[in-house]
Design a protein around this ligand. Structure first.
Ligand SMILES: O=C(O)CCC(=O)C(=O)O
Ligand SMILES: [Fe+2]
Length: 397
């Protein structure tokens, strides 16, 4: 029994119950499996014999779970795929954006992810905005790309930047480009300017350790992230390459993000670090300096609150335009991830295109996996945005 995979057992019990149209909670299934000593058929029968009554979810002592299932159960819930490498890849700053930007975000539609995302546990509300037809001229391809924001799930077209966000975006762009210009080291694969085509808005409790997917951003992106409201901590953890694993351990940097601060994840941050907003049992209440009244919404006044809004600015690169993104057998755009564990220098960097459909299908995707070949795929050139590209990216209708 111990050799059985917990996930498989749970899935087996659930499938045995399909006919009965019973959908017991995962805890109830685990409970029944414990009672049945790991036999899925017996566990299913136990659940079937229980009327849909409260006993069904009755929990055993946690020590049972601890001793028998917890290690595997925990692994399933693990929020990271790789283990924790080094360089200074992020800068923070107080921004000049005013509190009114928070007001703007309150009018946004939002999406609450259903259930538990399989890779990153992130209890937050999130919404995505795309800059009005800023997708390089005439097509709305970037709008389509943005539709896959929610864990690979196709959604309605994203909202366009409201005027307040457009204003905030322009302030952030100037600031980010000044910071990029100050940096001495430029990676060969990085772009030397940044223009934001998309905004994602999150009202967070926490976000698990992850590196942002590079699908439409390409390698070595610059990502700027504005924090409004309650101060939280931004954790940055190195991913130590496999060949250095025994030699040094991962470093974690904890960076406070007070209200109205901007953190810039510079080129190489997504390749070498994972970031998170860890859960906090106690937070300092944010005391707004003025009323947060917004048209059509309940006036929350200037009451202290534990609310935090994060607005992330991303530049969708033209050489990663949606039409050029490979689709897997599931018909969903593949996602681009760096090989974080096997990178020692830029020359040997590798990126993978992989199936993302599983994020919406209980982990069941296809086996699509392909190393990105920048040359063959016609991507680049890198090392800078030409003047004409900048102005093209900046075209607004
Ligand atoms: O809330 C934050 O500051 C981080 C959000 C984040 O990591 C993301 O949107 O990818
Ligand atoms: Fe992120």
């Amino acid at each position: 029994m111990e050799s059985e995979d917990t996930e498989t057992l749970i899935a087996l019990v659930a499938s045995l119950l399909l006919q009965s149209q019973q959908t017991p909670s995962q805890d109830a299934i685990i409970d029944a499996l414990i009672q049945a000593n790991g036999d899925a058929t017996i566990a299913a029968n136990i659940l079937l014999s229980l009327a849909p009554a409260p006993q069904q979810t009755k929990k055993r002592k946690s020590t049972d779970l601890e001793s028998w299932l917890k290690p595997k159960y925990k692994a399933r819930r693990k929020t990271v795929q790789d283990e924790p490498v080094a360089s200074t890849s992020a800068t923070t700053s107080k921004t000049t954006a005013s509190d009114s930007k928070a007001n703007a975000s309150r009018s946004c539609p939002f999406y609450r992810p259903n259930g538990r995302p399989p890779v990153v546990e992130s209890p937050h509300l999130t919404s995505f905005f795309a800059r009005s037809t800023d997708g390089f001229g005439d097509d709305e391809a970037w709008q389509e790309a943005a539709q896959y924001w929610y864990n690979g799930r196709m959604t309605d077209p994203p909202a366009k930047f409201p005027p307040e966000m457009e204003e905030a975006c322009k302030i952030v762009e100037i600031f980010v480009n000044e910071e990029i210009a100050k940096r001495e080291k430029l990676f060969k694969l990085e772009w030397t300017g940044s223009k934001s085509d998309s905004l994602s808005w999150r009202a967070n409790e926490s976000v698990g350790f992850h590196s942002d997917q590079l699908t439409y951003l390409g390698p070595y992106p610059t990502i700027a992230s504005l924090s409004l409201g309650t101060r939280r901590t931004f954790s940055l953890r190195e991913v130590v390459p496999t060949d250095q694993a025994g030699v040094r351990s991962a470093q974690t940097f904890n960076i406070p993000l007070p209200h109205n601060s901007l953190i810039i994840m510079h080129a190489s941050c997504q390749e070498r670090f994972k970031h998170s907003i860890p859960p906090q049992s106690a937070v300092d209440l944010f005391r707004p300096t003025h009323s947060r009244l917004h048209q059509g919404h309940h006036d929350t006044g200037a009451e202290p609150s534990s609310y935090r809004v994060n607005i992330t600015f991303r530049f969708y690169r033209p050489d990663f335009r949606p039409a050029s993104i490979p689709r897997c057998q599931c018909g969903v755009p593949a996602i681009l991830r760096p090989d974080m564990k096997n990178r020692n220098d830029e020359e040997t960097d590798r990126y993978w295109w992989t199936c993302y459909a599983g994020a919406q299908n209980e982990g069941k995707g296809c086996n699509f996996w392909k190393v990105m070949d920048m040359k063959e795929e016609g991507r680049g050139p890198y090392g800078g945005i030409t003047e004409s590209t900048v102005s093209q990216a900046g075209t607004e209708n």
